[in-house]
Design a protein around this ligand. Structure first.
Ligand code: UDP
Ligand code: UDP
Length: 498
């Protein structure tokens, strides 16, 4: 008679936004595919169509992978409409805790562990209530995690001193220092209540059963070393740190189809790429919510045209009435208008043969994996960064907000796989001449082009090695799965299994 082995049931909680949802779903899929567990992903509903349709696009295979959407909580009375996106997500996650609690208690198969992402740290209390193992998932890199682990030790008095020089770096024990101007906004405003809240998240993470990070040992050896060293950041961070990345969508999995990117647009893009020479196309995109000022958009359009390089550019409506800069926006499909309204007169016709302008949303994972793509002008969101690295595509770093400035610094100064503008694009207008120079440097110029491309390929192979069956990330995730397996066996022994 065949006996069915009980598999540990791991729940994952994803906060809204594609930058969180995509890697959390991938983590769940990887656990199911390679580590003999069953998984439920809780998705906190948002008004973002793309996020919701992405989860619905996930197939339910053998009942081992399930996605459950928690109802959209009303936070309007709790948060100021002008509050930052991060603050809104934190409140939304807080308001979703009762729904998470009831969903867990109604489960047929008792979970063994709960993995929460950064904005859902509070949900670790729910894991405690049910006696589950609790893990953090960082949809970013170890350097970013190091900032949070270090945050409670930052001297607020020093930061608020009017003579304090913000260009002075934040010293992270055993890691590359972070320039305050590159770090998160909140580090610049230590007297805001959010600063203490974030510090408390750092402490809470340290008390979890483990922190899973979308990075890999070879990519950030120094920072990971510090987080694991009892004489450096490991002194504060008591939880084991598991580098389990890169987690990216495989290109053969269909991208979410949204109102603005019907599947035929995907076919048009991929057919067009098939016609282009190898590594000849630069892909330009600012993540799931980034956009430019009207002036900056004009400069970018001219630079692409002047560079005479092939391109795919994901365009969103610009921010109106501004002088310079680049922004995060909430995508409002209804306000999109026509592309011609905000691109230079005649641009679409003149670049018809060499470029594709895609409104709002493109199948990025598939584009970056295409052999015709040779460069990526990116806002440096961590998922975009990782997607570029796993495909060996060098980048032009154009950070907008959150930890993107840190990512851009890491890519240009530490890893050496990107070039960037002299001034931050959020601080001043980047001229068409400068962007054209960067595009040519990455796509054609002998000097920059060949060395950065070699570096990009080295990183690509390092990433492949990490997730191979004997690789460091594979082994790290196995350790987590084994811990869950052990906990399940203990419960079975106590008669509290499923
Ligand atoms: N899988 C599953 N349910 C899902 C998605 C994936 O059980 O909804 C499992 C399934 O066993 C599948 C494997 O994960 O064969 C790999 O899935 P996929 O190729 O989509 O993802 P990858 O891990 O290659 O990115
Ligand atoms: N993305 C996409 N098409 C787009 C824009 C974004 O598929 O037109 C995906 C992208 O591949 C990545 C995610 O959305 O996986 C964005 O995450 P990232 O961390 O790069 O940036 P964020 O959107 O969180 O700023």
């Amino acid at each position: 008679m065949q006996s069915t082995k009980l598999k540990p049931h791991i729940c994952l909680l994803a906060s809204p936004g594609m930058g969180h949802l995509i890697p959390v779903v991938e983590l769940g899929k990887r656990l199911v595919a390679h580590h003999d567990v069953q998984v439920t992903v809780f998705v906190v509903a948002s008004h973002d169509d793309a996020s919701n349709s992405n989860v619905h696009a996930v197939p339910n295979n053998n009942n081992l992978f399930n996605a459950v959407t928690l109802p959209l909580a009303n936070i309007s009375s709790l948060v100021n409409p002008d509050a930052s996106l991060g603050e809104k997500i934190l409140v939304l996650m807080h308001k979703s805790l009762p729904a998470l609690r009831s969903a867990i208690s109604a489960m047929k198969f008792r979970p063994t562990a709960l993995i929460v992402d950064f904005f859902g740290t509070e949900a670790m209390d729910v894991a405690d209530e049910f006696g589950l193992l609790k893990y953090m998932f960082i949809a970013s890199n170890a350097w970013f995690l190091a900032c949070f682990i270090h945050a409670p030790a930052i001297d607020k008095k020093l930061l608020t001193d009017e003579h304090f020089n913000l260009e002075k770096p934040m010293e992270l024990p055993g890691c590359m220092p972070v320039r305050f101007q590159d770090s998160l906004e909140l580090f610049l405003h230590p007297n805001e209540p959010i600063f203490d809240f974030i510090s408390s998240i750092g402490m809470k993470m340290s008390l979890s059963d483990g922190i899973l990070v979308n990075t890999w040992d070879d990519l950030e050896p120094k920072t990971l070393g510090s987080l694991r060293d009892d004489n450096l950041l490991g002194r504060v961070c008591k939880a084991p740190v598991y580098a389990i990345g890169p987690l990216v969508r495989s290109p053969d999995v269909a991208s979410p189809s949204t109102k603005t990117s019907p599947s035929d647009s995907r076919v048009i893009i991929l057919d067009w790429l098939n016609e282009q020479p190898s590594q000849s196309v630069i892909y330009v995109s600012f993540g799931s919510g980034g956009t430019l000022s009207a002036k900056q958009m004009t400069e970018l359009a001219w630079s692409l045209e002047l560079s005479q390089q092939r391109f795919i550019w994901v365009v969103r409506p610009p921010v109106e009435n501004d002088v310079s800069g680049s922004y995060l926006t909430v995508v409002d499909n209804n306000s999109a208008g026509k592309l011609e309204d905000y691109l230079p007169h005649g641009f679409l016709t003149r670049t018809d043969k060499v470029g594709l302008v895609v409104p709002e949303w493109a199948p990025q994972a598939e584009i970056l994996a295409h052999p015709s793509v040779g460069g990526f002008l990116s806002h440096c969101g961590w998922n975009s960064t990782v997607e570029s690295i796993v495909n060996g595509v060098p980048m032009i770093a154009w950070p907008l907000h959150a930890e993107q400035k840190m990512n851009a610094t890491m890519l240009t100064e530490e890893i050496g796989v990107a070039f960037r503008s002299k001034e931050l694009p959020t601080e001043s207008l980047v001229t068409r001449q400068e962007i054209e120079m960067l595009v040519r440097k990455i796509m054609v110029d002998k000097e920059g082009h060949s060395s950065i491309r070699v570096r990009a390929m080295e990183l690509k192979y390092g990433a492949q090695k990490a997730t191979s069956n004997s690789g460091s990330s594979y082994k790290s995730l196995s350790q987590v799965a084994k811990q869950c397996e052990k906990s399940l066996q203990e419960l079975v022994t106590l008669g509290q299994g499923a």
